[in-house]
Design a protein around this ligand. Structure first.
Ligand SMILES: NC(=O)C1=CN([C@@H]2O[C@H](COP(=O)(O)OP(=O)(O)OC[C@H]3O[C@@H](n4cnc5c(N)ncnc54)[C@H](O)[C@@H]3O)[C@@H](O)[C@H]2O)[C@H](O)CC1
Ligand SMILES: [K+]
Length: 462
C-alpha cells in the first residue's frame, strides 16, 4: 500500500534494489509505475490526445509504457523522443510500444517523462525551450514522478524557466521536492502511484491529519491544561498568541504582559507583575515565551528564568534569537521551538548547524537542542531527536501575513498544555489546527481573523 513516506533519491534507489533482490525486475517496476501513471492520465485526458516527451533514462521508459497503455485504450498518443533510450528497461519499453516518435505536437495533454530522479544537472537551453514550448502548446500538463529540471532531494529548481504542471504523479514514494519550496510550486495536484516500495523507518514522512479529542465529561479548566504565556515589550503579539491558545484546547490561559497590552479579550486573564509568583503555580502545564518578548537584556533574563522553570515550553520569535545552550542545561521537560527561516538561521548560528540543507538543519537542531523544531513556512518541516523529519502538506498562502506565527505558537503551546501526545505529535496538532483555520478563513484574512476559525478547525480534527 502506498504510504506517506518521503524518500531521498538514494533511499529510493535502495528501495528499488530491495524489490529487485526480492525477485522483481526494473521492467516489472516500470510496468507498474507506467500503468499507474497511465490510469491518472487517462482520467484527466478525458478522450483528448496525449503527447509524451521521453528522456533517455527510466523516466523516459515510464513514458513508453504510458504510451502503449493509453494507445491500447484508444487514445491518440504522440511520443517525442529527443534521446534514444539508454537503459535496458527503457529500451524494452520502447520496443514494446513499437510506434514511431514525432517531431512535435500540440493540443490535448502534455506528459513530461524527460527526466525523473536521475536528473544530474540543469536542462540545457535547447531542452528547456522545447519543454516549455510543448507545455505551452497543450491544454493540460502532467509530470511523471517529478517535473524535469528540479532537484528531488533539496527541492531546488535548476532552470530559470520551467512549466507549471496541472498534475504530478509521484512514482513509488514521495520525494522531498514534491513538498518543498521552491519546486513544490510547479507540481499542481499531486498523486502517488504505489509500485510496492516497502515502508522505511528511516524515511521522512508527509504529516497525516491528527485526530483530537473533546474534553472529558468531568473536565475542568485545570484538567484541560493551564498555559502561561510570557510576553514582553510588544504586548500585542502575546495577546494574539494567548487568544489562539484559548481556542486550541487548553482550559485556562494566563498572559504575563511585560507592558500594558491595551485592549484584551475579557476572557483572557492578564497578569502584570509577579512573574515568579505566576510561574510558581504548580497547576501550570505549559509555557509559551517569545512573541513580543523583545531582545533586551531584560528579555534575555526573562527567557532564562522561564526556561529554568523546567516546564514543557514553546519558544518562538525573539526567544529564538536570545536562546543559548546554557539556558537549556539540566532541563528535562519537553521543548518546542517554532522558527521561521530567519530564526532557523539564527538558531543554526548559535547551535552550530550551518552549511546544511534544510532537512539536515532541522534534524541537526532537533538533536542539538533536544527539542522539537517546527521550521515554519510554506513548506513547514518538523524535526525531533532520533526521528526522521515530518513535512506538513502546504497550507493557505494567505498565511503570509504578520501575526500568524504568534497564532501558531499559541496553538502549539495550547496543545502542549493539553499534553495528550508526544512533543512531536503535539507540534503537529498545532500545525494542523493552524492549517485548517487558514483554509476555513478563505482569502485575505488577518492574524486576528484567523482566531475566529480555530473552533471550526478544531471541529474538523475531532
Ligand atoms: N525508482 C524506482 O523504483 C523506479 C523508477 N522508475 C523511473 O525511473 C526514474 C529514474 O530513472 P533514471 O534512469 O535513474 O533517471 P532519469 O530517467 O531521470 O534520467 C537519467 C538519464 O538522464 C541523463 N541526464 C541527467 N540529467 C540530464 C540533463 N540535465 N541533461 C541531459 N541528460 C541528463 C543521465 O545521464 C541518465 O542517462 C524515476 O524518476 C522513475 O520515473 C521506473 O519507473 C522504475 C521504478
Ligand atoms: K518527469
Amino acid at each position: 500500500m502506498a504510504s506517506n513516506q518521503i524518500l531521498t533519491v538514494s533511499q529510493m534507489q535502495a528501495a528499488e534494489q530491495a524489490l529487485v533482490d526480492a525477485g522483481e525486475t526494473v521492467s516489472t517496476l516500470m510496468e507498474r509505475a507506467g500503468a499507474g501513471a497511465a490510469d491518472w492520465i487517462w482520467r484527466v485526458a478525458a478522450g483528448r490526445a496525449v503527447t509524451i516527451l521521453c528522456g533517455p533514462g527510466n523516466n523516459g521508459g515510464d513514458g513508453y509504457v504510458i504510451a502503449r497503455v493509453l494507445a491500447a485504450r484508444g487514445l491518440t498518443v504522440r511520443v517525442i523522443a529527443p534521446f534514444s533510450p539508454k537503459t535496458p528497461a527503457a529500451r524494452a519499453a520502447r520496443e514494446a510500444w513499437g510506434g514511431e516518435p514525432v517531431e512535435t505536437a500540440k493540443g490535448g495533454v502534455f506528459v513530461d517523462c524527460l527526466f525523473g530522479s536521475g536528473l544530474a544537472r540543469a536542462l540545457d537551453q535547447v531542452l528547456e525551450t522545447r519543454l516549455c514550448e510543448l507545455a505551452a502548446a497543450h491544454d493540460l500538463c502532467v509530470a511523471v514522478d517529478v517535473p524535469s529540471g528540479i532537484d528531488c532531494d533539496s527541492g531546488e529548481v535548476l532552470n530559470d524557466t520551467l512549466p507549471i504542471y496541472d498534475l504530478t504523479i509521484a512514482l513509488g514514494a514521495w520525494k522531498f521536492a514534491h513538498w518543498m519550496m521552491p519546486a513544490m510550486q510547479l507540481m499542481g495536484e499531486r498523486r502517488l502511484v504505489d509500485i510496492g516500495v516497502a515502508f522505511d523507518w528511516d524515511a521522512a514522512q508527509l504529516a497525516e491529519r491528527p485526530v483530537l479529542s473533546p474534553p472529558e465529561a468531568d473536565a475542568h479548566k485545570y484538567s484541560r491544561g493551564l498555559l502561561a504565556v510570557v510576553g514582553g515589550e510588544m504586548p500585542g503579539a502575546g495577546v494574539l498568541a494567548a487568544s489562539a491558545a484559548m481556542r486550541g484546547g487548553a482550559g485556562y490561559v494566563k498572559l504575563y504582559a511585560g507592558a500594558e497590552p491595551g485592549l484584551v479579550p475579557p476572557d483572557l486573564v492578564v497578569v502584570h507583575d509577579g512573574l515568579d509568583e505566576l510561574l510558581a503555580d504548580e497547576r501550570i502545564a505549559a509555557l509559551l515565551v517569545g512573541p513580543g518578548l523583545g531582545r533586551s537584556e531584560e528579555a534575555r533574563a526573562r527567557l532564562a528564568f522561564v526556561l529554568g522553570c523546567d516546564l514543557p515550553t514553546v519558544c518562538d520569535a525573539d526567544a529564538l534569537h536570545l536562546l543559548t545552550a546554557d539556558m537549556l542545561e539540566g532541563r528535562l521537560s519537553p521543548l518546542i521551538v517554532t522558527p521561521h527561516a530567519g530564526e532557523l538561521d539564527a538558531l543554526g548560528h548559535t547551535f552550530g548547524s550551518v552549511g546544511l540543507d534544510r532537512v539536515e538543519q532541522v534534524s541537526d537542531l532537533a538533536e542539538a537542542l533536544e527539542a522539537v523544531v517546527v521550521a515554519k513556512g510554506p513548506d513547514t518541516m518538523l524535526g525531533a531527536p532520533g526521528t526522521p523529519v515530518v513535512v506538513m502538506p502546504p497550507a493557505s498562502a494567505w498565511l503570509s501575513t504578520a501575526g500568524t506565527g504568534d497564532v501558531l505558537a499559541g496553538l502549539i503551546a495550547s496543545r502542549l498544555a493539553v499534553g495528550m501526545d508526544s512533543p512531536l505529535g503535539i507540534a503537529l496538532e498545532g500545525c494542523w489546527l493552524h492549517r485548517e483555520a487558514a483554509r476555513l478563513a478563505g482569502p485575505a484574512f488577518s492574524a486576528g481573523d484567523l482566531l475566529d476559525h480555530i473552533p471550526d478547525a478544531y471541529g474538523v480534527l475531532l
